[in-house]
Design a protein around this ligand. Structure first.
Ligand code: SF4
Ligand code: F3S
Length: 317
């Protein structure tokens, strides 16, 4: 499969078909060259662990297939067998012995008080902060992938008043990293990005470092309620079937493929579940998306067309 084919079907297909094609592609690749499984070090810094839970929900391919065929997960605070010194020795071995590894970071980096507000490991009587560990690993990593909005941009961990001084990994390291954003990130976004790295190298990214194969269009662009929006027919309360713009939906300013990708084993997504999009993949989430139940902009401003306004110019149910 060529890179162009991979991009095309990642952008246009979802659910069972996506799952079969990605899994099939990776299985062909690894049966031809199993040694290409890439070592991964996953550091959980200041976050809730939700991206790990999301990864465990992966279906295309599933988590076991990811572990057996795609990556060699050497270090993960919660998923690895070794503990204490044995875990850190495995980490050291990977850094010293691998020609390259992928550093995946979940959670924001606490920059205040020399990182002491986010401690991730202990060696003898010395505590190791998330910021120190990331700073040590970053120069040796072949790729750095931030997963989830906290690791990408600070996210809820860095929400006002942000007492821990938390920031995203790219800002902390002052370099560009691959941002697989979302709260949490969809498992396909994580696994698909890893697959692209291994098969074709670094994916094309937008100005915020997000792979365009998953974040290339807005939620609004592909929303199933879009025809209601275009006719200015808006839901008045949660549960109504029309466009939820007036209930605060941030779909028009949020880049992600949720309407076609869908969540929870490709069953559902926020708008299908009658919840407005709250913009969880955006660099300004959550502070910049508040209030969640107010429209993100005045329609007149965005459209610029005379008579395009709402609600006076639009219809309500
Ligand atoms: Fe756009 Fe949200 Fe309305 Fe869907 S529900 S059409 S994403 S504003
Ligand atoms: Fe997040 Fe909006 Fe998708 S809230 S999960 S980007 S629909």
């Amino acid at each position: 499969m060529t890179r162009e084919e991979f991009l095309a079907f990642s952008r246009s297909t979802s659910g069972q078909e996506y799952r079969e094609r990605v899994t099939g592609t990776l299985s062909e690749f690894y049966s031809a060259s199993p040694e290409r499984r890439m070592p991964v070090i996953w550091v959980e810094a200041g976050g809730c662990g939700g991206n790990t839970i999301s990864l465990l929900n992966a279906m295309g391919p599933n988590f076991q297939q990811v572990m057996e065929g795609l990556i060699d997960l050497r270090f993960h605070n919660t998923l690895m067998w070794p503990e204490d010194d044995a875990a850190l020795e495995e980490l050291d071995r990977t850094v010293r012995g691998s020609p390259g590894f992928i550093l995946m970071v979940e959670g924001a980096v606490s920059s205040r008080d020399q990182g002491r507000l986010c401690l991730v490991a202990a060696r003898e009587d010395r505590m190791i902060s998330g910021s120190a560990l990331i700073r040590r690993l970053a120069p040796r990593a072949s790729y750095i992938v931030a997963v989830g909005d906290c690791a990408c941009f600070g996210g809820p961990t860095a929400a006002r008043p942000n007492p821990s001084g938390s920031v995203g990994v790219g800002r902390f390291l002052r370099r560009k990293v691959i941002n697989v954003s979302g709260c949490p990130a969809h498992p396909d976004w994580m696994v698909g990005t890893l697959a692209h790295l291994l098969l074709f190298g670094e994916p094309e990214m937008d100005e915020h470092g997000r792979p365009t194969l998953f974040y290339g269009e807005t939620v609004h662009d592909r929303c199933t309620r879009r025809s209601f929006f275009d006719q200015r027919v808006f839901a008045r309360k949660l549960g109504d079937p029309e466009c939820m713009f007036e209930l605060g939906c941030k779909g028009p300013i949020t880049f992600a493929d949720c309407p076609v990708r869908q969540w929870n084993c490709y069953q559902n997504w926020p708008v299908k579940g009658n919840t407005p999009c709250i913009g969880c993949t955006e660099p300004t989430f959550p502070d910049g998306m508040e209030p969640f139940f107010k429209p993100p902009f005045e329609l007149e401003d965005r459209d610029g067309a005379p008579g395009a306004g709402r609600p006076r110019g639009g219809r309500r149910r």
